[in-house]
Every structure is written in C-alpha cells, then in structure tokens.
Design a protein around this ligand. Structure first.
Ligand SMILES: [Zn+2]
Length: 543
C-alpha cells in the first residue's frame, strides 16, 4: 500500500519537475554493435513521445540515427550540440542510457557539458534524479554496463575463442539441432548439446538428402514447416556444417593453419553420412554414377582394368578371386595367364600400400592457401545471394517501419481509432520481428565459406579415410586424379609414381604457389578453375 502511494507521489513529483519543459528526443540503433539489445527506432520514438505527452513536456526536436554507441562522434550528437547552443532546451531524453553512450567516461563528460548549460540529459526508462547524489551512482552503472559488455566481449573474442575451439568447444550460437548447455566435466562451461526434437529432424534431413532423390528446395520446404530453417542459403549451409559430425573447425590464425579437431559436443550424424551429403550437394552427377550397381566382386577389386600396370610385361592387370579350403575368398590382382605372364599379388597388400601412399600426401601450407583461393570464387557467388536476400528483407522491414510510423502519427492526430491502432500495431510489430529473426538467420557469406573450407580440409588432410570409405567408382576417380600414370606394384611396393600436375601443385609445390600468390587475383582464380576442372575438388572427392 505504502509503496503504491510512494510511487504515485514520485510520478507526480516527476511530472511537476518536467512540466512545460522543452525537450529534444534522441533515438539510436546500431547495425554494427555486436550486441544491441535495443528497441527499434519506431519503438523508441513511440515511447519517447508517449513519455513527453504524459509529462506535459514540449518536444522541440526528434533526432534518430543508426550508429554505434561506442563513440560520441556521431552525426546526430553533433546536431544535438548545435540545437542546444541555438535554442532554449531543458531536457535531452532518450530511451535507455546505452542509447546515448556505451562509453562511461565520454558519456559522463557529455552529460556534464549539458548540465553546465542548464540542460538535463536523461533516460525515460532508467530515469535518474540528479538531485539525489546516490542516484548518480546508478548513472555510472547504466553507462558502465554497456562499456563493460563491449570490453568483455572483445577480450573473449581475442583470446578465449581460439583456446576453446582447440579444445573442441563450439563457442558461437548453437546451430539448429543443438541447444546451449553446460559442460558437466568442465566447470559448467558452455557446451552445445543435441536438441531432443530438432536433432532428429537434422538427422532426417541429412538422410533424405543423401538419397539424392530430393533437391535442397524440396527438403527446405518440407522442414520449414517443421520449424527448421528459412532461407535457401541457410539450408545450404546446414547441409555442409561439419559441427553436426562432432568436429570443430579452428580457423587460421597468424602462422597457425586451420584445423579440424574432435568436438566435445555429441555428433548428430555420422561422418560417412556427412560425406555422402557433400557428394550429392557438390556433384549431383556422381549420384547417378554411384547408383549404378557395382557388384560385390567389383568393389573388392577397384584397381583392376586400367589402373594397375604389370611390373613384368606392362599389360593392364586384372583381378580375380579364389576360394580357399575353408570356403572364404581371397582376391588377387594378376596379369594375363594366357599370354604367359605369371604376375600375381594379393589385393590386400596392394591396397594397404596404396593407403600408405595416400597417408604420405600431406597438404602444404601453400596448398591450403590455394584451396582457399578456390573457395573465394565460391564466396563471391554466395555473397551475391546473401546481398539479395538481406536487401530484400531490409526493404520489407523499412516499409513496415514506415507503415508503423504513419500509423503512430495518424493515431496521435486522432485519425485512427484506438482498436485499429492496437491491432495494426501488433500486426506490424509481429511481422517486423519475424523479418528481423529471418535477417539474423541469414548466414553471412563468411559462414558459408567456412563450411566449404571445412569440407575441403577434411579431404585434403585425410585422403586415406576418404579412399577407404568411397565406393569403387569414386576410388577409381580419386586415383585417376591423383596419379598421372598407371600404378606399378612390385616387391610389395609401388614404383616411384608420377603425380598429376594438380596433386603436385597441392601437395608438393612451393615455389609455384608462392609466385602465384603474389600475382593478381584473376590468375589465382584461373588456376583454381583449372584445379577444379581436373576433378580434385569436392565434386569428385565427396563420396
Ligand atoms: Zn604381365
């Protein structure tokens, strides 16, 4: 009871204090502040006008701008200073303190300057009675929070994130299918965990897409209804997000190359499924190839018919199996008996040696850079998509904001009834919020390129595993793009083999790449296309 009475009195006192005063209103949003828990400009404007109306304050001017709050060097703050000089003003009002400044010291100095001219700067939400010294502490806090928030964030960005990533801890917002959780084994640090409902849907999406029977658009539409994702580019990135396989990408930093590390969070899909999806995604043609049934017999002998050359006579080797006494089969590569060549060796030994050869192929630092050059071409394409998407949404948002502005004005002038005003305002606000959400969910092109890099690096750094997991068709393609000559197996090892130009470029060359890097972008682009053309790219590598 007493509290209520006190509140009423305070409100009354406040009203008296401000009555008849002349105010400049100031509203700000920022598209660059990382976190700007702000209200939209129309929302701030509405609240400010309402406050003035309730307190009998005359509005002399209304200023709004889109600018970061970490500096007072803003166009409309300059306008504000000019207005203050040229007109009689009593109040400067804004929504919350962080609308005015996110820098404590700068903000305080600015407020003191106004005070010296007999002007009170104040927030309508976090109102401070400057006559009460204790309340000034609150001002310090309001301004300080914004600054501390910024400082903490940028510090964490610099040092913490990389360490966390190297531990396998995903540090950004949880991707769809995961939710934020705590790591019970490590001081309850943040750790994403599969979302009970959505992780199942994510797994379904990958499985369905891997069949090759659906386009991305088919699935996007289907799962959109189930609350998965909105935009095309977001869906595309989802399909290449390596996080789902329980791996984390640590990006390049200074001299450190980027790397993939096992994640602390649980995988939603298997690596094999992920790779299958990349194959469908980056090279739909392979799907048709792969769907051509290869017999179990063929799959045991991927190197026969044109890949292995006889060490003794130079003919192409073929392969067969023989049945052992206990009924199991043994596979051999062999030459043509009828022509009298007895060359013959076990498939298992030949394959094992080939895998060792693949293990020995480690990408050089320069090659990783080249790979990036390839990806930058991809980036330009995805950036165009991104711009189109985000411009469309921003325009829609602007239109809605204008509509709401007009509506508010009309209502203020009495041209719109209260009920229609409330109904329409709710509708516009809801639409606007949806668009904002959609905007925030469009993955930036950088994100896309990161996913692509993930995939490329996985391939380059672990050719052996990809070889093992691929089907015969892809195995043959892979070998075809790695070696420029037929393979010759002799005395349980491969004769010195000649690698294809592209593999030399990616895995061995140093000078050429360095030269290339110093040249203009278009040459890199040219090389990247020539690399892509030979098949050493996700299209062929994906299995
Ligand atoms: Zn032979």
């Amino acid at each position: 009871m007493l509290q209520e009475w006190l509140l009423k009195l305070l409100k009354k006192l406040l009203k008296m204090r401000h009555k008849g005063k002349r105010a400049v209103l100031y509203a700000r949003v920022s598209t660059t502040d990382q976190k700007d828990n702000g209200y939209s400009l129309p929302q701030q404007k509405e609240a400010l006008y309402k406050y003035c109306k309730n307190n009998d304050i005359d509005v002399i001017d209304y200023l709004e701008e889109d600018h970061t709050g970490t500096t007072l060097d803003r166009p409309k703050i300059k306008t504000l200073r000019n207005i203050v000089k040229s007109q009689k003003i009593d109040l400067i009002l804004f929504h919350k303190w962080d609308r005015f400044s996110r820098k404590t010291a700068q903000g305080l100095i600015e407020i003191e300057n106004y005070k010296a001219q007999g002007i009170e700067a104040n927030s309508i939400i976090e109102h401070i009675d400057f006559n009460v010294p204790q309340q000034q502490m609150m001002l310090f806090m309001y301004l300080g929070i914004g600054e501390v928030e910024n400082a903490v964030r940028s510090q964490r960005t610099k040092s913490g994130i990389r360490g966390a990533l190297k531990e396998g801890r995903h540090v950004n917002r949880a991707p769809i299918g995961y939710i934020q959780g705590k790591d019970p084994y490590n001081n309850n640090k943040p750790l994403i965990k599969p979302c009970p409902d959505k992780s199942i849907l994510i797994s379904e999406i990958f499985k369905e897409y891997a069949t090759g029977l659906y386009t991305q658009e088919d699935l996007r539409k289907k799962y959109y209804k189930l609350g998965i994702v909105r935009s095309k580019s977001q869906f595309s990135n989802l399909l290449s997000n390596v996080l789902y396989t329980g791996r984390v990408l640590v990006p390049e930093n200074g001299n450190e190359l980027c790397e993939l590390v096992p994640a602390l969070h649980d995988a939603i899909i298997t690596e094999a499924l992920f790779l299958k999806v990349q194959n469908v995604k980056f090279g739909r043609s392979n799907v048709r190839l792969n769907s051509k049934s290869t017999s179990a017999h063929d799959s045991q002998l991927p190197l026969r018919g044109g890949i292995l050359k006889c060490a003794k006579c130079g003919s192409n080797l073929t392969g067969s199996r023989s049945k052992s006494r206990n009924g199991s089969y043994h596979y051999y590569y062999h030459c043509n008996h009828k022509k009298g060549c007895k060359e013959r060796f076990k498939v298992s030994i030949a394959h094992e040696e080939l895998e060792n050869l693949l293990i020995s192929l480690q990408p050089s630092k320069a090659s990783v850079r080249l790979f990036k050059a390839i990806l930058i071409d991809e980036y330009h394409i995805s950036r165009a998509d991104y711009k189109k998407d985000s411009n469309r949404l921003k325009n829609t948002l602007k239109t809605l904001e204008l509509k709401l502005d007009n509506l508010t004005e009309k209502y203020a002038e009495g041209d719109v009834e209260k009920n229609s005003y409330i109904r329409l305002k709710e509708k516009y606000s809801k639409d606007m919020n949806e668009i904002k959400l959609e905007l925030s969910e469009i993955p930036s092109p950088n994100k896309g390129i990161e996913n692509y890099v993930n995939f490329g690096l996985m391939l380059l750094s672990d050719l052996k595993s990809y070889f093992q997991k691929s089907n015969t068709e892809v195995k043959r393609k892979l070998i075809g793009s790695i070696f420029s000559e037929k393979l010759v197996f002799e005395n349980n090892q491969y004769r010195t083999t000649k690698f294809s130009e592209v593999v030399d470029l990616i895995f061995h060359s140093h000078r050429d790449l360095q030269d290339l890097e110093h040249k203009k972008g278009d040459s890199i682009s040219k090389v990247s296309y020539s690399v892509a053309g030979t098949g050493l790219e996700p299209v062929t590598f994906g299995l």
